[in-house]
Design a binder for this molecule. Structure first.
Ligand SMILES: C[S@@+](CC[C@H](N)C(=O)[O-])C[C@H]1O[C@@H](n2cnc3c(N)ncnc32)[C@H](O)[C@@H]1O
Length: 249
């Protein structure tokens, strides 16, 4: 399978800028509502990690609200845009917390980071990745999230399979799980769709799945009217699972 190439995203951020606008994503909204209701922990004590942060629309909002955020993306162009917004928010005194933008992939961040997070979230990224790195991520995320901490992930759902633009690669029951674009514009670009069953298969070992949310979001602000179907999983690190291997830092 052809994996997503980071240079595609460099190109898109260079051409389209803030592709999905500046509002936070529905995945970040769900996590924000969840942690707002956690007793005894203000935002300044709530460490977050954003996987595939793009130009930082979510990480910067969490940081502005007082969280400490580690945000990672392999797109240098996305991170440049994120840093420009960060400088602007800092200069306007609008940053109550902090965000560190890190260049790298999902695998890098969880290998490089030495402490624990209260929550890890990722919006519109895991459907771009082959199954093996996501399986590895599920194991590492369980080691890096404190027991009772949250994992909130939004990805494209099988409703987005479009036979006019894509060819199915694998089918599970009647659901297309993996597909490749066949139209000229995105030829060879592979998508891995996420339904509830797939989330359970990958994450239920170490996480209690609390909620699924189905939603839509604009495919891009430059493409008004075209919507993307998303499924968001909110899960909580099991407290009776194996103890995280890394000491708190
Ligand atoms: C559709 S964009 C979503 C960006 C951001 N989460 C948002 O919603 O604004 C997907 C992002 O995933 C990043 N990405 C691709 N492969 C990745 C990987 N292996 N690990 C982490 N991020 C990755 C891309 O560079 C891109 O910025």
């Amino acid at each position: 399978m052809v994996a997503e190439k980071p240079d595609l995203w460099d190109r898109r951020y260079a051409d389209e800028g803030h592709i999905w606008g500046n509002d936070s994503s529905p995945t970040a909204d769900l996590l924000r509502d969840t942690i707002r209701n956690q007793p005894g922990k203000g935002p300044q004590l709530f460490m977050l990690c954003d996987i595939g942060c793009g130009y930082g629309r979510d990480a910067l909002k969490f940081a502005a609200a007082g969280h400490t955020v580690l945000a990672i993306d392999p797109s240098k162009k996305g991170l440049e845009l994120a840093s420009a917004t960060q400088r602007q928010l800092n200069s306007e005194g609008l940053m109550k917390g902090s965000v560190t933008f890190m260049h790298g992939t999902m695998a890098h961040v969880l290998d490089a980071h030495v402490g624990h997070f209260d929550a890890i979230y990722s919006h519109r990224t895991i459907h771009l990745l082959d199954p093996k790195p996501v399986d590895d991520f599920a194991v590492k995320a369980a080691e890096r999230i404190v027991p009772g901490g949250f994992l909130c992930i939004g990805a494209r759902s099988p409703k987005d399979f479009n036979p006019e633009q894509m060819k199915a690669l694998t089918v599970h029951g009647k659901t297309v799980r993996d597909a490749v674009y066949t139209d000229k514009k995105r030829e060879g670009h592979v998508l891995h769709f996420w339904d509830k069953a797939r989330f359970r298969e990958v994450f239920a070992r170490d996480f209690n799945i609390k909620q699924f949310v189905t939603t839509t979001e604009l495919e891009a602000v430059t493409n008004p009217g075209v919507m993307t179907s998303l499924l968001i999983m909110l899960a909580q690190r099991k407290t009776n699972g194996s103890t995280p291997k890394v000491s708190a830092g």
